[in-house]
Each structure stands twice: as C-alpha cells, then as structure tokens.
Write a protein that binds this ligand. Structure first.
Ligand code: AMP
Length: 479
C-alpha cells in the first residue's frame, strides 16, 4: 500500500493528511489503521517518531460520529505536554470532518475543563490522574466510549500510573476497541493487556533506519566544574540551529539556564516545577524556533515532537538508562539527522557502560575541539546572534493557513444553536455551508472556524447581519 486512499477513509480526513504533508502512511500506520477500522484490539511496540499518533488518530477520526455529542474515544497518556500534542494532532487530522477533541490534565483549572466536557466533544485525551478526577466527580460521560488508547504504556508504568489506568478502564463500556502503544514490552504490560484486551493482535515495528544511522552520538569525559566551559566550546564549534540540553534536576536546569541567559544565549527552560501554562508556552516558542536552546529535565525527553532539533546535549548523563534513548530521540526525527553529545564525569563511567549495555553498542569518545575551530566558531556564532532567529514552519501551517477562527458575542444564553450560526453564515454571498468548520457555542460567545480563506469576508458580512433578531459583534479570535 503506498497511499492513504487505500484505507478507504473519508475525503475530509484525506484532505487533512494531504495538507499536513503526509504523502504515504508510515510502517506503523500501514499495519494499525486497517486493524482498528476492523475493530481489532491491538498491542503496538514502536518508538515515538514512527507516526504512531496518526496511526490511532486516523481510524478514530474516521469512526467518530460527528452528530453524537458524547466522547467516543479516550486516549490516556503519561504527560501533560503529550496530551496537548496528541490533542493538536487529532484536531488537525479531524479538522475538515469537524472532529472536536479536548485535553484534560492536572494543574489546569478544573471548571474550565468541565465546561469544555459539557460541549460536543468527540475525543478526550487525558493524563490518568485528572481523567480519574473527572470520572469520580461525574463530569465526564464515558458511556459512549468505543475506543481506548493507552499511549506510552511503559512510561505510564514507570510513573506509577498503573492503578489509575486500571481504575479508568474498569469504568469504560466493555464493548470497545483497546489499543496499547509502548516503546518496550515488559511483563507487567503484557499482564495488563491480557486482563483488558480481547484477542489482541501484536504489532512490532522495527525502526526503518537504525537509530545510529540518523543520530551520531558521542561523549566527553569532563569534570563537573568544567562542564560549562566544554558546553560553550561545543556550541561554538557545532553552531546548532536548535538544541535540547538535558539536566537531571530542576535545580541544575535553572542554574544552567540562568548562566546561558545571562551570557546572551538564546534559551528557554522547562521542568516539572513550572506552572503548566508556562511549560506549554515554552514548548510552543521553542518549537517555533524563537529560541535556539531548550534546557530541560526528562519531562521533555519523552514523545515531545519538535521539528528540526539538530542537537541533543546530555549536560548531565541520565540516571535512567532508558532516558538516554528517549532524550537522543528528540533529534534525528522524520527525514532529519542529528547529533547527541553526552558529558560524562570521571566517576560516571560505570553509568555510561550500563547505557552501552542497554543500547547494545558502544558510544564513541570525542576529541576536544581545536582551539582555532573554537575561535572561528565563536565569531560565526556571535555574527548569527545579530540576526533575528529564523522561525520554523509549523507542521499544521498548510492545513490551517486558510482557516480563520472568529468569535461572535452570542452563545447559549441567547439561545443560539448550530443551525442559527450555519443559517446566518451560509446566507452570506459567496459563502457555502462547506466553508464553516467547527462551531463551539459557549454561554456568552461562540467560536467558529471559517474555512477556505473566507474568514475576512464572513467577519465583514456579519457586522451587517442579525442573529435571533439581534445585531452581533464579530471579531477574529486568537487560535
Ligand atoms: P509520532 O510518532 O506520532 O510522534 O510522529 C512523529 C512525526 O511524524 C510527527 O511530526 C508527525 O507529524 C509525523 N508523521 C506522522 N505520520 C506521517 C506520515 N504518514 N508522513 C509524514 N510524516 C508523518
């Protein structure tokens, strides 16, 4: 199969995939999509970066009934950042079919999630703790869930979420399709599958290209006190476009971030002690290319999909050997290559050996950069600092460029319904009902996606129109 058409899915979904630039299904998509469309339970062993999110998102978007207002698919994922990323992927793939997806996770205002869950929502992506909170308080309706995805199952176990996951599964309708994705398959995961899945099909996806072909990794032996000096040398000689620098603790992230920032490096930082909204903003601005360096703890190591990260630097060698693989996997994604550089203090050689045993290969020791190269690189680097950073194009750019979100100052309290909005807008000269995307009616206002580049036309025209006999105010909304 060399084309998404052979999946026999709705043209609205094909259009989204085309606009996202997905030309052919990846290996995992080729295997998973047809099975899920046949309602088979599946266990998938595959790495992030293989296109696994779309592998479950495509069949879920295909099977969702748009007119049905209750959630029909639940996706459980270990971290809040991943929940947001998956929500965005599903919203993109379902954009033209008008699939509505929401993410629920901790440290975000509960009541606004409750409000969102009361709307027409087809797919819910949640972290286990917050999902369970909503179940216990009766603020989520799970009676219509037909699809359950347990994403990053191994990480879910590592983080101690297993009982919460089991608790959630026990609250779901037994007649459903269950999909489990994991980078590794431990005995515990197999027991979980055995308990909660019906005759599952097991899919094992080998990486198309071995990781070593795409990511060059090497290490330096360095005393703790000399690490920053070495980092600077590497930055000057490598001149990375976009680099993630990993430290093991919040404190070390903060310390290194302050030093880099004070020395004028273009950087942001992320760790678990930060406010959730700040964490999301950091990921967004770094993804857009507004900053060259992201200093991070392991919360950014897993699953986070940032395009064109050219370098990963393990400023601290990870405590967990699995983390090494997750961290370096932030570079060399898709078609790109990448470099991963680890700092090893003399007394950490033992940990390095453990990592090598785990990945079943040796990592090369690097030579210190030459003084002359450092000087030349430093000048080039400083030259580059004078220019504004070149922003990266978001992967949904083509998909969203002709879509404008607008809002009107009328909602449920004025008894506005979908039909009123569709009726009024499709009455505008030059606008058809196909130009109207997702409609989100809240108490006092409503958001409407206007497709096909007709946003400005609709805003202009609505200024002259009434809805339910009243004039309305209409503006462009922030995305
Ligand atoms: P994931 O494994 O879900 O984290 O996906 C890794 C990356 O591959 C993401 O940036 C996706 O947008 C991208 N991707 C997924 N499916 C395809 C496809 N069929 N063709 C090209 N890129 C894809």
């Amino acid at each position: 199969m060399n084309d998404f058409y052979e999946f026999n899915i709705a043209k609205e979904i094909l259009l989204s995939l085309e606009k996202l630039g997905y030309k052919n299904p990846t290996e995992v998509q080729k295997k998973v999509v047809p099975l899920v469309l046949k309602n088979k339970d599946i266990i998938v062993e595959s790495q992030t970066g293989s296109g696994k999110t779309a592998a479950f998102a495509i069949p879920i978007c295909e099977r969702v009934e748009i007119e049905n207002s209750n959630p029909q698919a639940l996706i459980l994922t270990p971290t809040r950042e991943l929940a947001v990323q998956i929500k965005e992927d599903i919203s993109n793939i379902g954009r033209f079919k008008k699939v509505r997806c929401t993410a629920i996770f901790g440290k975000q205002i509960f009541s606004s999630q409750v409000r969102e869950l009361k709307q027409r929502i087809h797919v819910v992506v949640g972290t286990p703790g917050r999902t369970l909170d909503h179940i216990e308080r009766g603020t989520i309706n799970l009676s219509g869930i037909n699809y359950l995805v347990i994403d990053e199952a191994d990480e879910m176990l590592n983080m101690g979420f297993i009982d919460q996951v089991k608790n959630i599964i026990n609250k779901l309708p037994p007649k459903r399709v269950t999909m489990l994705f994991s980078a590794t398959m431990s005995e515990k995961i197999q027991i979980l599958c055995h308990e909660y899945m019906k005759d599952p099909e097991v899919i094992n996806i080998k990486a198309e290209k071995p990781i070593t072909e795409k990511i060059k990794d090497y290490y330096y032996i360095v005393e703790g006190k000399d690490k920053f000096d070495l980092l600077k040398k590497i930055i000057y000689t490598e001149n990375p476009d976009s680099a993630m620098i990993f430290c093991n603790t919040r404190n070390s992230v903060e310390t290194l971030f302050s030093i880099l920032r004070d020395k004028g490096f273009s950087c942001v930082s992320i760790h678990g002690g930060m406010l959730q909204q700040d964490r999301l903003n950091v990921i967004k601005s770094f993804s857009r290319g507004e900053f060259t360096f992201l200093v991070a703890t392991d919360i950014a190591a897993r699953g986070i999909d940032i395009a064109n990260v050219t370098h990963v630097i393990n400023y601290d060698l990870p405590f967990e050997k699995e983390s090494y693989v997750h961290r370096i996997g932030r570079t060399g994604r898709g078609e790109n290559n990448g470099k991963a550089i680890s700092f090893v203090t003399p007394n950490q050689c033992r940990f390095l050996n453990e990592i090598e045993e785990y990945i079943e290969r040796t990592i090369n020791k690097a030579q210190l950069p030459e003084l002359r190269d450092i000087e030349v690189g430093k000048n080039l680097f400083n030259e580059r600092l004078k220019n504004k950073p070149k922003l990266k194009k978001e992967k949904s750019f083509e998909l969203n460029k002709n879509i404008l979100k607008i809002y009107i100052n009328a909602g449920k309290k004025k008894k506005i319904r979908n039909v009123d909005i569709v009726g009024t807008i499709s009455n505008i000269n030059g606008v058809e009902s196909e130009d109207i995307g997702i409609i989100d009616i809240q108490d006092n206002l409503s958001y409407i996606d206007i497709l096909n580049g007709k946003g400005s036309l609709v805003i202009e025209a609505l200024r002259e129109k009434t809805m339910k006999g009243k004039k309305i105010r209409c503006e462009r909304a922030e995305r």
